[in-house]
Design a protein around this ligand. Structure first.
Ligand SMILES: NC(=O)c1ccc[n+]([C@@H]2O[C@H](COP(=O)([O-])OP(=O)(O)OC[C@H]3O[C@@H](n4cnc5c(N)ncnc54)[C@H](O)[C@@H]3O)[C@@H](O)[C@H]2O)c1
Length: 476
């Protein structure tokens, strides 16, 4: 396969790819503030390396009749690199350009990564120049900070490109509305990066287990969380600082704000938006509804208010009116303790589903309520694994079991595992939609519903009140 245009030169020469000095230097894009440099850098590097190895492990050759799609990436930071690694596994893509304002660092790294796969991508600092000069582009993938999503997406759509834009769709509803309007006006595709909507495990749970087999019965309560341990602020080495004038030109007051934009008002939305949006989007999707009310408590309880403007802790209850009846969904995110990570837990009157994007930590478990009809048929059909009976531990000194106590339900597993990088199926869905082979799994309107649901939490925390959603709030 010497002529595979996506093969990195060092691998084509034999052997696997190893980190070279440039990788190490360029990988510094994710370093934290000095002092905690080593810890977070190593952690981030090992994640990026793992993703890259997964990407390199399987790079199928495109079918000979597959018309290439010409692609550009805008925003080549941590997530831009993850998306790039996933895209490099997808046949039939031709990378033409990358845009990033951190030109000496993230831009250079992405262009160099592509060079290793024999793509001569042109680097740009300004997205307008990219859109102006790269006339052959079919699609633009956007992974810039949330407050740039609307300007970047609208400009790319208006330039006639299909767009994959990362979540949160925008940090404002006005921005999100402009994106929906631009997609409609141009007739171009706009996929929002809620990648769980293309994850085969999530699809199996929603369509087969909840939809067809109805294993949960009526879902009445939901809970979920993203708990994250205290992490140092992100920093940058002195020699790669961006000049102040350029930072200001692109809306950042300081290098700290540039690196930690998630925490700043007007740039991101804090952890509830950054982390919560993924899972709250799943609440809407699995319940097949949008909420009617939200109540939330949150605050900046721990982090330094000089460098953190958004709430570091949020505890939220949504009230839904689903087709089956009322449902309540609790969600929490906090950034001071990473215990039990992130998952979603759907509880019906016949069963419970615990699921997470993190297959390693939560491999999709189902519990049949002892009063529910047998699941034998669904085990035989391969929808769920055979049950593992959860025995009560017998201990001599154990307290006496109260006869009124519920019997532990049997534990089943979801037998569908995603072996590709998390974002690959969602990107594949986007490119297949461009080829006219499938509808988008998260089109603009769906991303908008999710943005309305999530952004309201910060409003509810501020208001200290139960806030209502009107049906028309979800229409862009
Ligand atoms: N879907 C997911 O699982 C997931 C995971 C992480 C992040 N994200 C999303 O991806 C986006 C980027 O997050 P990140 O963690 O990569 O942030 P980041 O700060 O690491 O990267 C952002 C990049 O955008 C560049 N940039 C900033 N303003 C720009 C502009 N005007 N023009 C061009 N480039 C610009 C920066 O230089 C940086 O390289 C966010 O919207 C985030 O919510 C999604």
């Amino acid at each position: 396969m010497a002529d595979d245009p996506r093969k990195p030169e060092d691998e084509a020469a034999g052997g696997g790819r190893t980190l070279d000095r440039r990788d190490v230097l360029l990988g510094l894009s994710t370093v934290p503030a000095l002092g905690l440099f080593g810890y977070a850098w190593r952690k981030q590097r090992s994640y990026e390396q793992q993703q890259r190895e997964m990407a390199e492990a399987s790079r199928p050759a495109p079918a000979p009749d597959l018309e290439p799609i010409d692609v550009a990436l805008i925003g080549a930071g941590a997530q831009g690199q993850v998306l790039l690694d996933a895209m490099l596994r997808i046949p039939g893509l031709r990378f033409r350009a990358v845009c990033d304002i951190w030109t000496d660092f993230n831009l250079r790294r992405a262009v160099n990564t592509l060079k290793k796969y024999k793509f001569e991508a042109t680097g740009y600092e300004d997205y307008r120049e990219l859109l102006d000069k790269e006339k052959k582009l079919d699609a633009v993938v956007i992974a810039t900070p949330d407050f740039w999503h609307a300007p970047h997406t609208v400009a790319a759509l208006q330039a006639g490109k299909h767009v994959y834009c990362e979540k949160e769709m925008s940090n404002t509803l006005e921005g999100a509305r402009q994106m929906v309007a631009a997609a409609r006006a141009t007739g171009k595709l706009l996929q929002i990066g809620h990648q769980r909507r293309s994850n085969p495990r999530y699809l199996h749970c929603r369509e087969k287990l909840i939809g067809e087999a109805k294993l949960l019965g009526r879902i009445v309560t939901v809970n979920g969380q993203w708990n994250r341990a205290v992490a140092p602020d992100l920093g940058a080495p002195d020699r790669y600082l961006i000049p102040e004038a350029r930072l200001k030109q692109y809306g950042f007051r300081t290098m700290h704000e540039f690196r930690n934009w998630r925490w700043y008002k007007g740039k991101g939305g804090g952890p509830i938006v950054d982390l919560g949006s993924h899972q709250i989007d799943v609440y809407n999707w699995f319940l097949d509804a949008v909420p009617s009310y939200v109540i939330a408590s949150g605050g900046l309880d721990y982090h330094d208010p000089k460098t953190h403007e958004w709430y570091d802790t949020a505890m939220v209850v949504y009230e839904y009116e689903t087709k089956q009846g009322p449902a309540r969904a609790y969600y929490q995110t906090q950034t001071t303790n990473g215990s039990q990570g992130y998952f979603e837990n759907f509880m019906g009157d016949q069963g419970t589903l615990v699921i997470s994007e993190s297959e390693a930590n939560y491999p999709g478990r189902l519990y049949r309520d002892p009063n529910a009809p047998a699941w034998d048929e669904w085990v035989q059909r391969g929808y769920v694994t055979a049950p593992k009976v959860v025995e009560k531990e017998e201990k001599e000194d154990a307290s006496v079991l109260d006869v009124r106590e519920s019997v532990s339900p049997d534990e089943h597993r979801v037998p569908v595992v995603l072996r590709d990088p998390y974002h690959q199926p969602h990107l594949e869905n986007f490119f297949a939609a461009i080829r006219g082979k499938t509808p988008l799994n998260c089109p603009a309107e769906v991303g908008y519903e999710s943005a309305v649901t999530v952004l309201k939490v910060n409003e509810a925390i501020e208001a200290k009140q139960r806030l209502s959603f009107r049906p028309e709030d979800f229409e862009a």
